[in-house]
Design a protein around this ligand. Structure first.
Ligand SMILES: *[C@@H]1O[C@H](CO)[C@@H](O)[C@H](O)[C@H]1NC(C)=O
Ligand SMILES: *[C@@H]1O[C@H](CO)[C@@H](O)[C@H](O)[C@H]1NC(C)=O
Ligand SMILES: *[C@@H]1O[C@H](CO)[C@@H](O)[C@H](O)[C@H]1NC(C)=O
Ligand SMILES: *[C@@H]1O[C@H](CO)[C@@H](O)[C@H](O)[C@H]1NC(C)=O
Length: 772
């Protein structure tokens, strides 16, 4: 590199350090949105220059597609099915049954305002964001002759394929936003008329969707149909819809269902959390298939509902089979406000379990309740210990605070700046550190910073100053690469969100943070920022994920680091720590942190080494709606943490353990307050030390393997302990489902709750645990 250029970079870097320590210095703060009433959503007209850095043809491959450019009319009359499907599939994308998953052909498929008539499914290919105009959400109108599984299908069944589908059910990276899906023209009784076939796994979201459908009693219409998968998040949904759902685990936040027969029909799960549910004028709120006890007979294992408002609905929650005095489908209800709901909890054709009326249910459970170090459950169908909910976690209605993924619908295109227009390349090889630091220095707080689709390599810590709003495109990638992140004894943040002790707005959406391996010294995200006073959720991340290895460009794929271990250790370090919430920070997180092989066959296992998942030392408030998988020492560690809401957390223990055993190839590092004790040879899913006011509302903690083998699974001996809480912490846990582990709960490192008493289908469920 010429020396003049080096000097320039040096100046830029020191300038940025100064600026970020002071916070944003821009002179024309962003302020309110200035879009004119007639303007379309900014996404429609912003310059489109996103690329897929690792596509075979990065300059030719089109990431952003406006369906009208592909011939869709949106006039409510013309059948737009073929045009929209062409907009989605063009460019040699991953689909058709011959490609299980891929990160190299991402797409945003944008729908301007309008009504799009469709007669067969819109097939949402892998790694697609279907996004409607957020100012005037377009309608997807199913024609009267509509035929097919659903208006939007994310995983088609292959005709005559004996149940085979395009993608594995662990299909990830999907999002659908800002639509009205209207199936009212489809004859209500001809077994057609589903809004979305949503068979997905993690890093997926449905948001801001209104479903319109028949309210006839015998209608076949339904909003969401999901038969299996391993999810996932959905939120901000409304309309006359119902969902028919089976999936290992899911988090659903902020849904309103009006005038449906059944709001939610649960067919099977290991554990779901519903947060913020409004149900009006339905027949049944939650209709749950229960009673299955064996792995082959999996029904609804655990349903956890917090902050429900239900009116004029005969039955709030109904199970298909009575419990008969033992765990058979765990239910937790926290803060449900009922108005004219005669039965709060009932059984099909059977007795009322909990009478309703016009009343509030504070804390109710059905299942096995544990206290302190007593390992014997009390089977309960009644009041269960209530959590101590920190007031900082609540909104003005007393509900757990929630915040929708920011979409900036009121902002004009001129209020955004593109990083590619300002010197960043995002091509997967150029070092963009200096360009990005300069962009933050100039624009943070003045403009919304748009990361055009691409992979942005950084070789030094990137500090995003407090006051910044960032939006990606089809999950723009920021990747830490090189020697700065390779010293396991001196780990460095790839991205610092806020300088130490900074305060201000921070909104990050549609971004992936990752590393190029090996990166044994990478702290992928260090989160320092604190929300402005009085602005809950002012510092957060939505649809943003920390993804390690398994994707093109990471140097940590199946060819380098296969499960055989032939890649060795040194070359296969993915990170030191994925996410660190430091002491002064606050955070609202809807995230996923994991490793998976996405560009191979979609199912191959990897042997990658990521030291730690999420470490929180924050005094809160912290809202965590997310998952962490496959980290070596722990998935979640809370140390001196306070005022956290966590629901639903989903974790998996590394498949390679105990070869090597925890913490190898890392070592316990007191500078990061690592746990010093491990039970047996596996990582903790959740380790809690001297923390207070912690509420875990739904957890799916899985340990499926030992040394990539599953002989341990049936006997639940893949690991011995998985959650540890020290006796000085105050924490309530609800609806905790575990797989493959003997003890579900440990106190001071002693296993307390043996899963054998909580078998509930494939998983075992501890309905409630409290200190006393
Ligand atoms: C998913 O569910 C469908 C419908 O019940 C079933 O045919 C299919 O085998 C399931 N797939 C997996 C992988 O479990
Ligand atoms: C997902 O598919 C895998 C096979 O790819 C299967 O083993 C697993 O049971 C499926 N999981 C669910 C929840 O359907
Ligand atoms: C809930 O969803 C509705 C409809 O999308 C939205 O208007 C509202 O802002 C959301 N509320 C929260 C707290 O996310
Ligand atoms: C867990 O419970 C099962 C069934 O009672 C028992 O066989 C097993 O020994 C227990 N495990 C431990 C570690 O106590």
């Amino acid at each position: 590199m010429p020396s003049t250029l080096l000097t320039v970079l040096g100046v830029l870097l020191s300038f940025t350090t100064l600026v970020s320590s002071l916070g944003s210095t821009c002179s024309a703060p962003l302020g309110a949105g200035t879009a004119a009433p007639s303007d379309p959503y900014w996404m429609q007209n912003i310059k489109h220059q996103g690329t897929a850095a690792f596509n075979a043809d990065p300059s030719g491959y089109q990431v952003f597609r406006n369906v009208k450019d592909f011939g869709a009319k949106g006039d409510g009359v013309t059948d737009d099915t073929a045009a929209i499907n062409n907009a989605i599939s063009s460019g040699g994308r991953c689909g058709g049954g011959s490609c299980a998953s891929s990160t190299v052909s991402p797409a945003v498929v944008f729908f301007p305002q309008g009504t799009y008539l469709v007669s067969s499914p819109l097939i949402a290919y892998y790694y697609t964001q279907l996004i409607g105009d957020a100012r005037n959400p377009p309608t997807l109108l199913a024609s009267s002759s509509f035929a097919g599984i659903a208006v939007i299908d994310v995983d088609p069944y292959i005709p005559n394929g004996f149940g085979a589908q395009w993608y594995t059910n662990q299909s990830i990276f999907r999002s659908v936003r800002n639509f009205v899906i209207d199936v009212r023209q489809v004859p209500a009784t001809n077994s057609q008329g589903t809004g979305i076939h949503w068979q997905v796994a993690q890093a997926t979201s449905l948001m801001n969707i209104v479903f319109e459908m028949s309210t006839e009693a015998d209608t076949a219409h339904q909003g969401i149909w999901m038969e299996n998968g391993s999810g996932g998040f959905m939120g901000d949904l409304g309309g006359k819809f119902g969902m028919w759902v089976g999936n290992q685990q899911f988090t659903v936040r902020n849904i309103t269902v009006n005038n449906a027969n059944t709001a939610v029909f649960g067919v099977w799960n290991w554990g779901w959390t519903f947060q913020g549910v409004t149900i009006n004028n339905c027949q049944v709120g939650f209709d749950l298939t229960t009673g299955g006890l064996s792995e082959s007979d999996q029904t609804v294992g655990a349903e956890a509902i917090i902050d429900a408002v239900v009116s004029n609905t005969p039955i709030f929650v109904r199970s298909s089979v009575a419990s008969n005095g033992k765990l058979a489908g765990s239910v937790v209800i926290n803060n449900a406000q009922l108005t004219n709901v005669p039965t709060a909890v009932g059984v099909v054709g059977g007795a009322t379990v909990l009478a309703g009326g016009t009343t509030t249910i504070a804390s109710w459970g059905q299942g096995n309740v544990y206290k302190g170090t007593n390992g014997s459950p009390t089977f309960t169908q009644g009041t269960i210990p209530a959590p101590n909910k920190a007031s900082s976690l609540l909104d003005s209605a007393g509900h757990i605070f929630g915040k929708m993924h920011p979409q900036y619908a009121d902002y004009a295109v001129s209020q955004f700046v593109s990083v590619k227009d300002n010197g960043a390349k995002g091509d997967g090889h150029t070092d963009d550190t200096a360009a990005l630091n300069a962009i933050f220095a100039q624009f943070a707080g003045c403009k919304i910073i748009f990361f055009d689709a691409g992979t942005y390599i950084v070789t030094q810590t990137l500090t995003i100053p407090a006051g910044t709003q960032i939006v990606g495109e089809a999950w723009s990638v920021i990747a830490g690469s090189g020697s700065a992140f390779q010293d396991i004894n001196n780990p460095k943040p790839v991205v610092q969100v806020g300088a130490a002790n900074s305060q201000g707005i921070m909104e990050i959406s549609d971004i992936i943070f990752t590393t190029v391996g090996p990166a044994p010294g990478a702290i992928v995200v260090e989160w320092n920022v604190k929300q402005p006073a009085g602005q809950n959720g002012g510092a957060g991340m939505w649809d943003s994920h920390i993804r390690l290895g398994g994707a093109a460009g990471t140097n940590l794929e199946a060819s380098q680091c296969p499960s055989s271990g032939s890649g060795g250790t040194t070359a296969c370090f993915a990170a030191f720590l994925a996410l660190h919430l430091t002491t002064g920070s606050t955070a609202y997180l809807e995230v996923w942190l994991a490793d998976h092989d996405l560009d191979g066959d979609g199912v191959s296992q990897l042997e990658l080494f990521s030291g730690r998942g999420i470490l929180s030392e924050s005094a809160g408030p912290v809202w965590m709606i997310g998952t962490a998988e496959h980290h070596a020492l722990y998935q979640y560690s809370l140390v001196n943490a306070q005022n956290h809401y966590m629901g639903l957390i989903q974790t998996e223990t590394p498949y390679y353990q105990p070869t090597p055993a925890v913490p190898t190839p890392f070592s316990v590092d007191s500078a990061f307050n690592d746990p010093t004790t491990f039970a047996g040879s596996s990582a903790w899913a959740l380790h809690v030390t001297t923390s207070s006011n912690i509420l875990v509302f739904g957890a799916g903690l899985y340990s499926f393997f030992q040394s990539f083998g599953q002989d341990c699974l049936d006997s639940n001996t893949c690991q011995s302990q998985i959650v540890n809480v020290d006796s000085s912490s105050s924490i309530n846990l609800y609806s905790v489902s575990t797989v493959g582990t003997t003890f579900q709960m440990s106190v001071n490192n002693n296993g307390i709750v043996n899963q054998s008493g909580d078998v509930d289908g494939f998983a075992s469920t501890m309905t409630s645990w409290s200190q006393s």
